[in-house]
Design a protein around this ligand. Structure first.
Ligand code: NAP
Length: 251
């Protein structure tokens, strides 16, 4: 039984992962801004859920979450920094504010989560830091500049922290999902090949995390294609990207 802090637990991958981990008997501290789904989980698993709602963009709120976890559990065995979002850039109108929003929502929230979690992990059993990145980091895709930049930043942060935290015995895993059917991707207006359900993704992530690997990337075929294309010369990557762009967007 682990003491796990899971962020972004109100929806999508996080909500499905909460279900799986609670069914496995773990203790979960759950964070999101929308409290209703968290309260429903707390009612179903009253002995296992610690409600720590809040806005992960607000450093004070995140610190208070840390204090609450420390008071209740004294330590953490695992943190899963899952909270995040996606917005796409329009090619005709580059929007720096959008880039800032997405980087804040994905990289800064994860950083605040890590800052708060680390002292608690240092007191935990077989401590494990997990962040949800994205397969977008394997290949540049049209309109995904802001999202990809935030997740590429997260990838570097996590890969670097793995080195820094090794001496403290804290394992570090980056999860890189392909397309998963969640409220986030239901907004997309383009084909999403090999899209998994949130439940399937959550079961896969939970099972893979047990071995504390460096990276969990799925679905395997989708990842293999992205990695292959990502190794092509840049002019071929440009040609592939233009084929993927929306009609009228490729010039
Ligand atoms: N779905 C995919 O295909 C896919 C693929 C690759 C990577 N990912 C990544 O997987 C993670 C989960 O995505 P999802 O698809 O499950 O999206 P989702 O259904 O929109 O869930 C996002 C979660 O993050 C929380 N969140 C966002 N900003 C927050 C903030 N400032 N403070 C607290 N909580 C915040 C949301 O809760 P509240 O709104 O209630 O605060 C929600 O619980 C994200 O990091 C995403 O980038 C998703």
């Amino acid at each position: 039984m682990k003491r796990i802090w899971l962020t972004g637990a109100s929806s999508g991958i996080g909500a499905a992962l909460a279900e799986v981990l609670l069914e496995q008997g773990h203790q979960l501290a759950l964070t999101a801004r929308n409290t209703a789904p968290l309260k429903q989980l707390a009612m179903r698993f009253p002995d296992q859920v610690l409600l720590v709602p809040g806005d992960l963009l607000d450093s004070l709120q995140v610190k208070q979450i840390g204090v609450r976890i420390a008071q209740h559990w004294g330590a953490l065995d695992q943190v899963i920094a899952n909270a995040g979002t996606c917005e796409y850039l329009e090619p005709e109108h580059f929007d720096a504010a959008l880039v800032s929003r997405v980087v804040q929502a994905n990289l800064f929230t994860a950083s605040l989560t890590i800052e708060t979690a680390l002292p608690l992990l240092q007191r935990g059993h077989a401590p494990h830091l997990v962040a949800i990145g994205s397969s977008v980091t394997f290949l540049p895709l049209p309109r995904a500049g802001a999202y990809g930049a935030s997740k590429a930043g997260l990838r570097y942060l996590i890969d670097s922290l793995r080195i820094d935290l090794d001496r403290q015995g804290i394992a570090v895993t980056l999860v890189s999902p392909g397309f998963v059917d969640t409220p986030l991707t239901q907004r997309n207006d383009f084909p999403m090949p090999l899209r998994w359900s949130a439940e399937k993704a959550a079961r896969h992530i939970a099972q893979k995390l047990e071995r504390r690997p460096y990276e969990v990337a799925f679905p395997a075929l989708f990842i293999a294609c992205l990695k292959l294309l990502g190794h092509l010369p840049k002019h071929w990557q440009l040609a592939v990207g233009k084929r993927l762009a929306r009609p009228g967007q490729e010039s």
